[in-house]
Design a protein around this ligand. Structure first.
Ligand code: ZN
Ligand code: MN
Length: 136
């Protein structure tokens, strides 16, 4: 709890109880959640929470570099609390978004060409191994 408070302060975000709970959720779940997913999970424990608060908190967190918004997964924005350089594997069957770490020098190539890269989103689509087991 103290740790999450400090992370928020370090990013220039006022550490309210609700924001601390949202950050805790992001850290413990790493499931690239939507606003709704965070809200429905936290609401029973934090009844003062509203969807607007979740949405606004994520907007602030994105501006301060604490989360990134994943593009073009589905209609709702999904938020990623993992700033390590990584790609995603998205299962078309269960919808799970897995962080994957593969050798990829595309970022270095762009930098070598003189560009500045702040963010990268590489997405692979298919059926995950858990789903493959249940299908076959
Ligand atoms: Zn799956
Ligand atoms: Mn991710």
């Amino acid at each position: 709890m103290e740790n999450y408070k400090q992370i928020l302060i370090n990013h220039g975000i006022k550490p309210t109880f609700q924001r601390i709970k949202i950050l805790e959720y992001l850290d413990k779940n790493k499931n690239h959640p939507t606003v709704d997913m965070i809200y429905s999970s936290l609401y029973p424990k934090v009844p003062t929470l509203s969807k607007t608060t979740v949405y606004n908190t994520l907007q602030i967190m994105q501006k301060r570099g604490l989360v990134s918004i994943m593009s073009s997964i589905d209609t709702e924005s999904r938020f990623d609390y993992n700033y390590d350089f990584h790609h995603h594997f998205i299962c078309r069957n269960c919808g799970k978004i897995n962080d994957i770490y593969i050798d990829c020098n595309l970022k270095e190539k762009l930098i070598a060409e003189g560009h500045q890269v702040d963010e990268a989103h590489g997405s692979f689509y298919g059926v995950c191994r858990d789903c493959l087991k249940t299908i076959s």
